[in-house]
Design a binder for this molecule. Sequence first.
Ligand code: 0O2
Ligand code: 0O2
Length: 202
Amino acid sequence: MNWEATLAPYRQVVEELKVKLKGMRSQFEHEKRHSPIEFITGRVKPVASILEKAERRKIPIEKLEKEMQDIAGVRVVCQFVDDIYTVVDMIHLRRDMRVVAEKDYISHKKDSGYRSYHIIVEYPVETIDGMKIILAEIQVRTLAMNFWATNEHSLNYKYQGSIPKEIKERLQRAAEAAFKLDEEMSKIKNEVQEAQRIFHRK
Ligand code: 0O2
Ligand code: 0O2
């Protein structure tokens, strides 16, 4: 399998989605409105992770394109929980991508404590052989959710998926604390935004 050639359109999609989402953020900034987007990151799933997930989910290599929906992944990180829904609504309204699935791990957090809003989109990308529709996963989460998920992801990697019970419980408490932090920040959202506007003017 020529992975470089297979993954090339996915790289293109990640780059294009990053540019477009960053464009949304700039527009809010130009108009001096609170941007629901704090920052964007993106990645193409490494080949080793693709193979490991295909094995785990029993996905044949020839069906990857349809059945592995997060080979192209972008992450939108927001300040406040409300911002997540603003971003989700904006993605729905766009005419350059089509939402095909959504998972709300915010109102239904995972057992691990993981919270985020996942959207799968179909995105048309132009290649030298014509147009190709690529599936991409957009994860939308707050800074607090991102902080938690990044640490939990590292621990999962370290313990190869079997985190010791004691650390798992700590992670669940940390998830609870991150949730509280988001709640408290939401309550003082207006204060924070006012402060940020003053800071911006200076
Ligand atoms: P900007 O415009 O300041 O956001 P590349 O793959 O190298 O082409 P990139 O975007 O450099 O693309 O790398 P990646 O890893 O996809 O995204 C990292 C981006 O997320 C960087 O911004 C980081 O500054 C930003 N980032 C990561 N953590 C934080 C954080 O806690 N707060 C904020 N505000 N930003 C963060 P860019 O893209 O370099 O530029
Ligand atoms: P990466 O690139 O290492 O992040 P599955 O992956 O089989 O569990 P599914 O249905 O493919 O699940 O997708 P799902 O559940 O929407 O989650 C896919 C991605 O969400 C994961 O990608 C993670 O990025 C993130 N995620 C989901 N659950 C957790 C969790 O408990 N903790 C953390 N830290 N992240 C989570 P991958 O495949 O891990 O790839």
